[in-house]
Design a protein around this ligand. Structure first.
Ligand SMILES: [Zn+2]
Length: 225
């Protein structure tokens, strides 16, 4: 199923990513009672309503709540939101270590409830932990990014992206005055961290050999500090 326009209401059910199914796009069935959906309604003006419907993932069986707008003309309901909100979960290489994956997933989870400042700080953390795991242990994050680019393990473009849109924004969140972080800023930083993980883990044996040649990893693949 395509991942655009998610979540959506379709043929009497909800199509969405399920966090319990690892972010897989699945179908959630509504609970049917008699000829209609089992809902609690909030009546709006002009006979329209908000319908709160229990739904259940056909894959894993976990439940969720769909909020639907039903107009007084009897048109198909319009899906407003799903709770708990389903985070946008990126597909990453299978060789990404569990701790780095957990940090990325927590960033996605937090972004899923709209807390983009906290999510962006977690992306900065994912970036720094990723570089350390690959042998870039010296200095601050600025130095680590430059060292990885200096070894040509990441491209000049990726260096610029993670400097500007991950490290700098993450630092702003932690150290500077409060300001909102937009969803678009998070989404860009998220893309760049995911692409960095692809750079380093999609063809892991080749990258490990390069990092060993650059004296970043030892013969066992552990960081040389
Ligand atoms: Zn599921």
């Amino acid at each position: 199923m395509p991942t655009d326009s998610l979540p959506r209401f379709e043929n009497g059910g909800v199509v969405a990513q399920c966090r319990n199914c690892g972010g897989t796009v699945t179908r959630f069935s509504t609970t049917q009672v008699g000829g209609g959906y089992c809902t609690i309604q909030k009546e709006l003006d002009f006979g329209d309503s908000l319908d709160f419907a229990l739904i259940r993932c056909n894959g894993c069986g976990h439940g969720a709540l769909a909020v639907l707008f039903a107009d007084h003309l009897g048109n198909p309901p319009q899906l407003m939101s799903v709770h708990p909100q389903m985070p946008n979960i990126a597909v990453v290489p299978v060789d990404v270590p569990a701790d780095l994956l957990a940090e990325l997933r927590e960033a996605e989870e937090v972004a899923g409830i709209g807390a983009f400042r906290a999510a962006t700080a977690l992306l900065r953390s994912t970036l720094e932990k990723t570089l350390k795991a690959n042998g870039y242990t010296a200095g601050n994050l600025y130095n680590k990014i430059d060292a990885a680019a200096g070894d040509h393990v990441i491209t000049a473009a990726r260096k610029r992206q993670v400097h500007e849109d991950v490290r700098r924004i993450g630092n702003d969140v932690v150290h500077e005055d409060w300001r909102p972080v937009a969803e678009e800023e998070f989404a860009k930083a998220h893309d760049y961290v995911v692409w960095l993980l692809e750079d380093l883990y999609a063809d892991r044996p080749t990258v490990v050999a390069e990092l060993q040649t650059a004296s970043r990893l030892d013969a066992n693949g552990a960081p040389i500090s």
